[in-house]
Design a protein around this ligand. Structure first.
Ligand code: S3P
Length: 168
């Protein structure tokens, strides 16, 4: 049985936390979510951190948490959608575990995030454009770290989990 931790990367709304929870149950691993960890450490919500410290301040906190959480064993980690922007984060993800890129179309991401108030980058008049731009910039970065890429669109969560487990 492998003991390597599993890191889920991919855009906002793709289902990293949902898949991560099921996957961790299946493997009897711990589940952690980098955003939740940042909130627990600061006692502030992600939108509050963006308000007070800007995206830059948030990214510093995120890098610290990614460094810490990627050192855990037998853990499924759901990373924030922008975690791959930082080269040091990418290096930790690649070298410390098995990285799964969960991917889907921008349309599906828009549908899944449209009533969401917890994602500051999407509080705009045109979230579709924002997600399109983010994906253009970040897809190569997700690809750079990924050991496995899974298209999640129209695939039930348990099948996504099965596909991951089969590749471990
Ligand atoms: C972000 C994604 C969010 C959160 C923050 C910034 C991003 O995480 O870290 O709002 O830059 O894509 P999720 O991918 O879990 O929504």
């Amino acid at each position: 049985m492998h003991k390597e931790s599993i890191f889920l990367v991919g855009p906002m709304g793709v289902g990293k936390s949902t898949v991560g929870r099921f996957l961790s149950e299946k493997l009897h691993y711990d589940f952690v979510d980098s955003d939740h960890e940042i909130e627990a450490k600061t006692g502030a919500t992600i939108p509050m951190i963006f308000d007070i410290e800007g995206e830059e301040g948030f990214r510093v906190r995120e890098a610290n948490v990614i460094d810490e959480l990627t050192q855990r064993t037998e853990t499924v980690l759901a990373t924030g959608g922008g975690a791959v922007l930082d080269p040091e984060n990418r290096r930790h993800l690649r070298s410390r575990g098995f990285v799964v890129y969960l991917k889907s179309s921008v349309d599906a991401l828009v549908q899944r995030t449209k009533h969401d108030r917890n994602r500051p980058l999407l509080q705009t008049d045109n979230p579709e454009q924002v997600l399109t731009d983010l994906m253009e910039k970040r897809d190569p970065l997700y690809m750079e770290v990924a050991d496995l890429v899974i298209e999640t669109e129209q695939i039930p969560v348990h099948r996504v989990v099965k596909q991951i487990v089969e590749k471990l």
